[in-house]
Design a protein around this ligand. Structure first.
Ligand code: KG4
Ligand code: ZN
Length: 339
């Protein structure tokens, strides 16, 4: 089976060909121009997807050495995400489906991230814990099979990536700020400033990241009213990063220990963070838990992860279940209920 997958839920346009659990190609185009607006502008994102999508599909087929006539099914992200961006990908897939008479598997983007550990490592066995941590989502899942997974914890407000980006903005760094915080933190002291570890002792697996951004904003206003001196930026970056990473690591390792699983997968754009990778591996190893951090192309938003889970769904269900072209996109992200 050869699946052509499309991902366009936020500011990455991506097309991939997946077959037998492997990505034969995974072409990703990031919309860097949002940087000058300080965040993703939804209308511009949709237009950029529209411009890029057919070229990326051609490139992904070329790279896989295939043509549309070799493709057996389509997969596309249908939720959650920016509604205009989701519509571009799903309507393009519907057009291809009509032209080439192909079934379409609509895929939940979070499921793509959840199973990206299996795409990376074909030996990975269930059950395991996945921490999905990106600009839009922060959640801990207990994953028991390709069709059974449970959200053990979710963010109540901002996603961890959103917190990285907002803190980076306060420190004068460009969008998206996560990678800039990571880079600056390498030269800083994570214990220089003690920023809040929200919900660290909440006795559940939920998160809250809106408080840390506010705490840092007040800290800067009080201590650096005339502007932040360049020499304290690395310490501020390292201390902010440590506050976010500590909570992510503690709760994920605790979730794995509580459910007696031996593997943790970290996925989503923030899983590129060097401190999150090293701290997670260090803390998990104390509990004899192994950490799988997929390579960057499978961590960030990408179509290979969408095609991968679509192929599993096609294996487990009747292909006729995927002939419905009336499926709709849904923008809503997973959030824990506020008390
Ligand atoms: O998964 P992704 O590409 O897109 C979605 O949000 O779905 O994740 C992007 C997020 C941004 O918030 C970005 O700042 C963050 O991932 N990010 C990082 C790093 N690389 C990307 N955050 C911290 N450290 C990094 N090295
Ligand atoms: Zn994502």
């Amino acid at each position: 089976m050869k699946i052509l997958a499309i991902e366009s839920s936020c500011d990455e346009t991506s097309a991939a060909v997946v077959s037998g659990g492997n990505a034969l190609s995974n072409i990703i185009s990031s919309q860097h121009f949002h940087s000058k607006f300080g965040g993703v502008v939804p209308e511009l994102a949709s237009r950029a997807h529209l411009k890029a999508i057919s070229y990326l599909i051609d490139e992904s087929l070329d790279k896989a050495g295939l043509t549309m006539n070799d493709i057996n099914a389509l997969a596309v992200t249908s939720q959650p995400g920016l509604i205009g961006s989701l519509i571009v990908g799903s309507n393009f897939a519907k057009g291809l489906s009509l032209k080439y008479n192909l079934p379409i598997v609509p895929v939940n983007h979070i499921e793509g991230h959840i199973f990206s550990g299996n795409l990376q490592d074909s030996q990975l066995e269930f059950p395991y814990i996945t921490l999905v941590v990106s600009g839009g989502h922060t959640a801990i899942f207990l994953v028991e099979s390709y069709s059974e997974y449970t959200a053990m914890g979710l963010t109540k407000d901002d996603a961890a990536g959103e917190a990285f980006d907002k803190i980076a903005k306060l420190l004068g760094m460009p969008y998206p700020g996560g990678p800039h915080i990571d880079k600056n933190a390498k030269n800083g002291n994570p214990k220089a400033y003690n920023f809040p570890r929200s919900m660290m002792n909440s006795k559940d697996f939920n998160f809250s990241f809106s408080g840390i951004k506010t705490a840092i904003r007040y800290f800067i206003a009080k201590n650096f009213p005339d502007g932040i001196p360049d020499e304290v930026i690395p310490d501020l970056a390292a201390s902010a990063q440590a506050a976010i990473v500590d909570v992510l690591v503690a709760k994920t390792v605790e979730a794995a220990a509580k459910t007696n699983v031996n593997h943790i997968v970290i996925a989503g754009g923030v899983s590129a963070n060097s401190s999150l990778r090293s701290e997670m591996a260090a803390k998990a190893s104390i509990e004899y838990i192994n950490v799988i951090a997929p390579e960057l192309q499978y961590c960030m938003d990408n179509a290979a992860m969408i095609g991968f889970i679509a192929e599993k769904k096609l294996e487990e269900n009747d292909i006729k279940d995927y002939s419905d072209l009336t499926f709709r996109v849904n923008p809503n992200a997973l959030r824990a209920k506020r008390k």
